[in-house]
Design a protein around this ligand. Sequence first.
Ligand code: FEO
Ligand code: CA
Ligand code: CA
Ligand code: CA
Length: 661
Amino acid sequence: MTDQTPIFKTSQLEAADAEPRNHSANPTMGELIIARFSRRGFLAGSLAVSAIAATVSPLALLSARPARAQEGGSAFSFTEVEAGIDETHHVAEGYDADILLRWGDGLFPDAPEFDPTAQTAAAQERQFGYNNDYVGYIPLEGSSEHGLLVVNHEYTNPHLMFPGLVTLVEGEMTMNPLTKEQVDVELAAHGGTIVEIRKVDGKWQVVKEGALNRRITANTEMEITGPAAGHDRLKTNADPTGTRVFGTINNCAGGVTPWGTYIMAEENIHGYFSGELPADHPEAANYDRLGIPEGSYEWANFYDRFDISKEPNEPNRFGYIVEVDAMDPNTMPKKRTALGRFKHEGAESIVNKDGRVVFYLGDDERFDYVYKFVTAGSYNPDDRAANMDLLDEGTLYVARFAEDGSMEWLPLVHGEGPLTEENGFGSQADIVIETRRAADLLGATKMDRPEDIQPNGVNGKVYVMLTNNTRRTAEQVDGVNPRAENAFGHIIEIAEADGDFAATTGTWEVLLKCGDPSIAEVGATFSSATTENGWFGMPDNCAVDSLGRLWVSTDGNNPSDTGRTDGLWAVDTEGDARATSKLFFRVPVGAEMCGPLFTPDDETAFVAVQHPADGGDDWEGFGRVSYYEDLSTRWPDFNPDMPVRPSVVAITRQGGGKIAV
Ligand code: FEO
Ligand code: CA
Ligand code: CA
Ligand code: CA
């Protein structure tokens, strides 16, 4: 690390991200690759090579225990999993965790068998993509045992996907340039999957014959809708109309709307673009605010649209919320520009008491913002078609949190306040294209990396996952971001005024400061009933079950930070048990926990195991960087002829019944 010496050893993601930029340095797997491997013949990007952080003060040296009041035990009755690290997954006793879909699994009757030594883009387009992230379930005829599983494929890890890519040159691990075919596999492994699934004798099966099965990739044609559609800043050589774009990229979390469409959030789009713009180019400041171009992917070597010196408007066509009608495989996905352009984590929604629909949106970057979008129209439960363009009209708000526990939602509306021509906003199109700059001018509160945000229809609250921000200094601490060098993140609970999710004011409190509660300096606030297995760091995704209980999945727990893998934790929010957490499922070494998602009957929890076997150098069971030929785990197949494979797992209770009672 060159920019600061953290108190705690930060995660590899943090460590790889050592540039001292506030607003344009979100870590991506591309940065990790650059940090770990030297690359030959690689198109020069704008990213400096940075090293994995040297060892810093180990947590073990800090052993003072904070005084904590006695609190009630967890309301969840399952037997907790032991936290730790090994090659496989672990679920609570009495449950089955079955692999449902692996990278490369066929989704159609004609899909070729997965052959990792001869993978092609054509095969990948018929198979489950890489690095499953968001998981949604759209019931068919109201069933919790037959529906569409919708899954985002956020990004690709070429060093784990392609044989022969990493070689040892004079003792140094070197990553060779990707071939065009490999880049085409990457494009086809991005995007999303829509696939019919059915529970037969208590076990979920993929229905390859499903008429609605669909792969969406970085090449799928999409329509751009809303205020920015057709604007000059979105026009390219391939699309002089500014209304058609090929593909969606870096789809992190997402959502399923009340009308049953599938939402894919475009997050770290900056990594896919290479090339340079002149410093005085009209888009230069816009792109700098998003860290574009980072150039960690090699797509621009083969496709001019990813080179901003050749196609300077292309990045303005990414960074949106994408809506897909999963019930019609022939419809074009739509990029809904009204919901703003930034590093969208997800878009979970709720029908407000007045019928309008409210979408909560996190912008996952250090010191970026929490947003919500309130539709202008109302949801019509009796007429699905009437809801299909609700996301094109409404108001986008950004959050400002006050020290007294109150908060305001500030509207991003052209002509209001500083959002005027004078400040470079000619229309609402400019505001949605440069959402971050508009929010800067409104004085929004700079947060510790807003990830998934979940409205809870049972208790009326909203939960905001703030994953970490080790760059927050003591001077930058405020009530809603209460820790400097926040390595482990926290969770905020919002109560909208009068239980009105469309309200422009509300109150907030910190539900939980994460990290090891036995180390006083960490300042974690789990209840005293939380066991040594029950605490976690780096909250990322979350869900509520039908009883309104919170489940949190994490990104970045590893041997050096927390001595445990990522996983899925059940977190109490009510009564004496508030802030008690219990470990339900944990992932194999190197992986991140995505999902989770419960079926409406609460009898299945789907989780997504993303980037298993990535890293490995800080785990004593492996001790070196993992790559295709030398993997820290071959989960889930444990077959020497198969690489590690990101997979969706279906968790059910043995003998049936609700996951948690
Ligand atoms: Fe894709 Fe915010 O993590
Ligand atoms: Ca979620
Ligand atoms: Ca994540
Ligand atoms: Ca994350």
